[in-house]
Design a protein around this ligand. Structure first.
Ligand code: E4P
Length: 220
Protein backbone atom coordinates (compact mmCIF):
# COMPACT_ATOMS: atom_id res chain seq x y z
CA UNK A 1 0.00 0.00 0.00
CA UNK A 2 1.29 3.44 -0.94
CA UNK A 3 1.16 6.48 1.36
CA UNK A 4 -0.14 9.92 0.43
CA UNK A 5 -0.26 12.78 2.92
CA UNK A 6 -3.60 14.55 3.38
CA UNK A 7 -2.64 18.20 3.84
CA UNK A 8 -1.76 21.40 1.98
CA UNK A 9 0.68 22.62 4.63
CA UNK A 10 4.13 22.73 3.05
CA UNK A 11 6.12 22.24 6.27
CA UNK A 12 4.14 19.07 7.07
CA UNK A 13 4.70 17.72 3.55
CA UNK A 14 8.42 18.55 3.66
CA UNK A 15 8.89 16.79 7.01
CA UNK A 16 7.15 13.53 6.03
CA UNK A 17 8.54 13.57 2.48
CA UNK A 18 12.03 13.62 4.00
CA UNK A 19 11.27 10.20 5.52
CA UNK A 20 11.21 8.81 1.95
CA UNK A 21 7.77 7.22 2.33
CA UNK A 22 5.47 9.51 0.34
CA UNK A 23 4.05 8.66 -3.09
CA UNK A 24 1.69 11.64 -3.28
CA UNK A 25 -0.46 14.29 -1.61
CA UNK A 26 -4.21 14.85 -1.38
CA UNK A 27 -5.82 18.21 -0.82
CA UNK A 28 -9.42 19.38 -0.71
CA UNK A 29 -11.00 22.86 -0.58
CA UNK A 30 -11.02 22.82 3.26
CA UNK A 31 -7.31 21.87 3.41
CA UNK A 32 -6.38 24.55 0.85
CA UNK A 33 -8.18 27.20 2.93
CA UNK A 34 -6.50 25.88 6.11
CA UNK A 35 -3.09 26.34 4.43
CA UNK A 36 -3.83 30.05 3.98
CA UNK A 37 -2.23 29.89 0.52
CA UNK A 38 -3.37 30.57 -3.04
CA UNK A 39 -4.70 27.34 -4.65
CA UNK A 40 -2.51 27.33 -7.77
CA UNK A 41 0.58 28.52 -5.92
CA UNK A 42 0.38 25.86 -3.18
CA UNK A 43 -0.51 22.95 -5.52
CA UNK A 44 2.37 23.85 -7.85
CA UNK A 45 4.77 24.07 -4.90
CA UNK A 46 3.63 20.69 -3.55
CA UNK A 47 3.95 19.08 -7.00
CA UNK A 48 7.50 20.34 -7.40
CA UNK A 49 8.36 19.09 -3.90
CA UNK A 50 6.93 15.58 -3.94
CA UNK A 51 6.82 14.57 -7.60
CA UNK A 52 4.03 11.99 -7.04
CA UNK A 53 0.27 12.22 -7.56
CA UNK A 54 -1.10 15.52 -6.19
CA UNK A 55 -4.90 15.66 -5.90
CA UNK A 56 -6.41 19.10 -6.46
CA UNK A 57 -10.19 19.35 -6.15
CA UNK A 58 -12.54 21.30 -8.42
CA UNK A 59 -15.04 23.65 -6.79
CA UNK A 60 -17.53 23.94 -9.66
CA UNK A 61 -20.72 21.93 -9.13
CA UNK A 62 -21.77 21.52 -12.77
CA UNK A 63 -20.07 19.18 -15.23
CA UNK A 64 -19.03 21.89 -17.66
CA UNK A 65 -17.48 23.95 -14.88
CA UNK A 66 -15.71 20.88 -13.46
CA UNK A 67 -14.28 20.01 -16.88
CA UNK A 68 -13.02 23.56 -17.42
CA UNK A 69 -11.50 23.75 -13.92
CA UNK A 70 -10.15 20.21 -14.19
CA UNK A 71 -8.26 21.03 -17.38
CA UNK A 72 -6.95 24.21 -15.79
CA UNK A 73 -5.59 22.53 -12.63
CA UNK A 74 -4.20 19.59 -14.62
CA UNK A 75 -2.16 22.08 -16.67
CA UNK A 76 -0.43 23.40 -13.51
CA UNK A 77 1.80 20.33 -13.24
CA UNK A 78 2.04 16.90 -14.87
CA UNK A 79 1.53 15.24 -11.46
CA UNK A 80 -1.82 16.89 -10.73
CA UNK A 81 -4.74 14.49 -10.34
CA UNK A 82 -8.14 16.19 -10.67
CA UNK A 83 -10.35 15.51 -7.68
CA UNK A 84 -14.07 15.34 -8.44
CA UNK A 85 -17.05 14.81 -6.12
CA UNK A 86 -19.13 11.65 -6.50
CA UNK A 87 -22.14 13.34 -8.10
CA UNK A 88 -23.73 12.91 -11.55
CA UNK A 89 -21.80 15.99 -12.72
CA UNK A 90 -18.61 14.59 -11.16
CA UNK A 91 -19.01 11.32 -13.07
CA UNK A 92 -19.66 13.19 -16.30
CA UNK A 93 -16.54 15.30 -15.75
CA UNK A 94 -14.56 12.16 -14.84
CA UNK A 95 -15.50 10.52 -18.13
CA UNK A 96 -14.60 13.64 -20.15
CA UNK A 97 -11.29 14.33 -18.37
CA UNK A 98 -10.28 10.63 -18.56
CA UNK A 99 -10.91 10.73 -22.32
CA UNK A 100 -8.37 13.56 -22.50
CA UNK A 101 -5.78 11.52 -20.60
CA UNK A 102 -6.19 13.49 -17.34
CA UNK A 103 -5.97 11.49 -14.10
CA UNK A 104 -8.87 11.73 -11.67
CA UNK A 105 -9.60 11.04 -8.01
CA UNK A 106 -13.33 10.63 -7.37
CA UNK A 107 -13.92 11.74 -3.81
CA UNK A 108 -16.63 11.72 -1.14
CA UNK A 109 -17.37 8.03 -1.77
CA UNK A 110 -19.56 6.38 0.86
CA UNK A 111 -20.86 3.23 -0.84
CA UNK A 112 -19.86 0.35 -3.13
CA UNK A 113 -22.46 1.30 -5.79
CA UNK A 114 -20.93 4.79 -5.91
CA UNK A 115 -17.45 3.25 -6.27
CA UNK A 116 -18.62 1.01 -9.13
CA UNK A 117 -20.06 4.02 -10.96
CA UNK A 118 -16.83 6.01 -10.53
CA UNK A 119 -14.80 3.12 -11.92
CA UNK A 120 -17.09 2.85 -14.93
CA UNK A 121 -16.60 6.60 -15.53
CA UNK A 122 -12.85 5.92 -15.70
CA UNK A 123 -11.65 7.15 -12.29
CA UNK A 124 -7.93 6.67 -11.66
CA UNK A 125 -8.56 6.68 -7.88
CA UNK A 126 -11.68 6.21 -5.76
CA UNK A 127 -11.65 7.76 -2.29
CA UNK A 128 -13.87 6.05 0.29
CA UNK A 129 -13.95 8.20 3.47
CA UNK A 130 -13.37 5.61 6.21
CA UNK A 131 -13.40 7.97 9.19
CA UNK A 132 -16.57 9.78 8.17
CA UNK A 133 -18.32 6.41 7.66
CA UNK A 134 -17.24 5.39 11.18
CA UNK A 135 -18.60 8.73 12.44
CA UNK A 136 -22.15 7.73 11.47
CA UNK A 137 -21.85 4.34 13.18
CA UNK A 138 -20.98 2.23 10.14
CA UNK A 139 -17.70 0.46 9.36
CA UNK A 140 -15.50 2.59 7.11
CA UNK A 141 -12.82 -0.04 6.65
CA UNK A 142 -15.43 -2.63 5.66
CA UNK A 143 -16.43 -0.20 2.91
CA UNK A 144 -12.80 -0.03 1.72
CA UNK A 145 -12.60 -3.85 1.77
CA UNK A 146 -15.85 -4.32 -0.18
CA UNK A 147 -14.88 -1.77 -2.83
CA UNK A 148 -11.54 -3.53 -3.32
CA UNK A 149 -13.24 -6.93 -3.52
CA UNK A 150 -15.76 -5.66 -6.07
CA UNK A 151 -12.97 -4.12 -8.16
CA UNK A 152 -10.87 -7.31 -8.07
CA UNK A 153 -13.89 -9.42 -9.07
CA UNK A 154 -14.72 -7.03 -11.88
CA UNK A 155 -11.11 -6.75 -13.06
CA UNK A 156 -11.30 -2.98 -12.52
CA UNK A 157 -8.01 -1.11 -12.29
CA UNK A 158 -9.27 2.03 -10.48
CA UNK A 159 -7.07 2.36 -7.39
CA UNK A 160 -8.71 2.28 -3.96
CA UNK A 161 -7.47 5.28 -1.96
CA UNK A 162 -8.52 4.95 1.69
CA UNK A 163 -9.30 8.50 2.88
CA UNK A 164 -10.49 10.18 6.06
CA UNK A 165 -7.93 8.17 8.01
CA UNK A 166 -8.05 9.09 11.69
CA UNK A 167 -5.44 6.93 13.48
CA UNK A 168 -2.68 4.33 12.90
CA UNK A 169 -5.09 1.39 13.35
CA UNK A 170 -7.05 2.70 10.35
CA UNK A 171 -3.81 2.55 8.32
CA UNK A 172 -3.20 -1.09 9.27
CA UNK A 173 -6.83 -1.99 8.60
CA UNK A 174 -6.78 -0.22 5.22
CA UNK A 175 -3.66 -2.18 4.21
CA UNK A 176 -5.27 -5.46 5.30
CA UNK A 177 -8.47 -4.53 3.43
CA UNK A 178 -6.42 -4.30 0.23
CA UNK A 179 -6.36 -0.51 -0.25
CA UNK A 180 -3.86 0.52 -2.91
CA UNK A 181 -3.17 3.83 -1.17
CA UNK A 182 -3.99 5.46 2.17
CA UNK A 183 -4.01 9.23 2.44
CA UNK A 184 -2.88 10.04 5.93
CA UNK A 185 -2.92 13.29 7.95
CA UNK A 186 0.41 14.62 9.30
CA UNK A 187 -0.60 13.87 12.90
CA UNK A 188 -1.24 10.19 12.08
CA UNK A 189 2.18 9.84 10.38
CA UNK A 190 3.75 11.10 13.63
CA UNK A 191 1.67 8.60 15.62
CA UNK A 192 2.67 5.78 13.26
CA UNK A 193 6.40 6.22 13.78
CA UNK A 194 6.31 6.77 17.54
CA UNK A 195 7.04 3.84 19.84
CA UNK A 196 8.31 4.09 23.44
CA UNK A 197 10.40 0.91 23.07
CA UNK A 198 12.21 2.41 20.06
CA UNK A 199 13.08 5.52 22.14
CA UNK A 200 14.06 3.44 25.19
CA UNK A 201 16.11 1.00 23.12
CA UNK A 202 17.97 3.78 21.31
CA UNK A 203 18.68 5.57 24.59
CA UNK A 204 20.17 2.33 26.00
CA UNK A 205 22.33 1.74 22.91
CA UNK A 206 23.65 5.32 23.03
CA UNK A 207 24.45 5.11 26.75
CA UNK A 208 26.34 1.83 26.27
CA UNK A 209 28.14 3.25 23.25
CA UNK A 210 29.26 6.34 25.20
CA UNK A 211 30.47 4.10 28.06
CA UNK A 212 32.44 1.98 25.60
CA UNK A 213 34.01 5.03 24.00
CA UNK A 214 34.94 6.46 27.40
CA UNK A 215 36.49 3.13 28.47
CA UNK A 216 38.59 2.97 25.28
CA UNK A 217 39.76 6.56 25.72
CA UNK A 218 40.70 6.07 29.38
CA UNK A 219 44.48 5.62 30.07
CA UNK A 220 45.38 2.04 31.05
C1 E4P B 1 -9.53 12.87 1.08
O1 E4P B 1 -8.88 13.03 0.08
C2 E4P B 1 -9.90 13.94 2.02
O2 E4P B 1 -9.06 15.06 1.81
C3 E4P B 1 -9.75 13.58 3.47
O3 E4P B 1 -9.18 12.30 3.64
C4 E4P B 1 -10.94 13.86 4.29
O4 E4P B 1 -10.69 13.51 5.62
P1 E4P B 1 -11.51 14.08 6.86
O5 E4P B 1 -12.76 13.28 6.98
O6 E4P B 1 -10.61 13.88 8.03
O7 E4P B 1 -11.79 15.53 6.56
Amino acid sequence: MEFFIDTAIIDEIKEINAWGVLSGVTTNPSLIVASGRDFKEVVSEIAALVGGAISAEVTALDAEGMITQGKEVAAWNEHVVVKLPLTPAGLQACKALTAEGIKTNVTLCFSVPQALLAARAGATYISPFAGRVDDIGWDGIQLVREIKEAYVMGDIDTKVLAASIRHPVHVVQAALAGADVATIPYKVFKQMIAHPLTDKGLEGFMKDWAKGQAAQAAPT
